[in-house]
Ligand binder design. Sequence first.
Ligand SMILES: [Fe+2]
Length: 381
Amino acid sequence: MDSNPQTLPVNMTPDELGRIITRQEKLFVLDVRNETEFKDWKIEGQALEIINIPYFDLLDSVEPALNRIPAGERLLVVCAKEGSSRFIAERIAEAGRSEVHYLEGGMKRWGEHLVPVKAGDLKNGGEVYQFNRLGKGCLSYMIVSDGEAVVVDAARMAQPYIDFARERGIRIQHVVDTHLHADHISGGRELAGRTGASYFLPPQDADEVVFSYLPLTEGRDIRIGHTDVRPIYSPGHTLGSTTLLVDDRYLLTGDILFVASIGRPDLAGKAEDWVGDLRNTLYGLYSGLPEELIVLPAHFGTVAEMDRTGAVSAKLGDLYRQNPGLKLEDEQTFRQTVTEHLPPQPHAYREIRQTNMGKISPDEETQREMETGPNRCAVHD
Ligand SMILES: [Fe+2]
């Protein structure tokens, strides 16, 4: 092995990769996982170019990779856990390439990494933070007013929210799930347990839930500091799906409405039953709300939905002009589009729902595996 330290590959942390993606910086990625894993789920970024050459095809020689990696560009090699990418990165560096990195913790850690960005201010002081789980396309929120916070649709990992709050002297008072999630394991209950916060869930989604919770119900506002969080019943993605109106300005739409698409109504096998609810929510309830409201969804479809700060948001009025899912006025067209353009079910969605109901308690490694892959909450156009 070349002993010149300049040719050794350098680790890149998920944090650094998150910064590169949110700032839309250039990066060339070589993913050495097998083709099936790559096709199912990969790193995405606006200024990012990515190729897949499986590890076993590079074991004898990295020549096939060298031919395809542009010289002089920052390179990141990734694999599932780190080991293989580190090995390949070393061979590439030895071959004389500079700026070679491998991803610390591999896709396993990338899938769990959260990037907090400020998504807006509140009228009487306070902020809305969006936590972007870049590796999965999941968005969660911490709304802060006068040192108190409510966390919405928390990811499985509770620690990043606890650390973020502690560093800023914020007390997490309430934790809310806008619906019973099927694409990711909710960290809501754990977060509430560890911080002493109350945990809210829509009662219509909680039939089979085996733990105690507070009902997230229209007419029962949640107050933090000087700010009101108003639940609005908006079924369609699930029977209980509930939208949150924050400060009369921000509309947390959960998995009902995204920036470039709309939610899917089928995750409990109820596509036919819920498609009418979804239509009423999008074309009845939401279309009657002020155009100026800022939509903050629970997912994004592609990195193109992020602005230069890394935040994903849009004005409700703009979405009625641009989002294809909001241009399906005709009931038959809507019904057809929503039931026929469904992406595959997320991995292990049945087990994820059961975990979120408290009926099963898989260990951490199993939970991690259950969540592997992208979110599939949206209807494809
Ligand atoms: Fe969902």
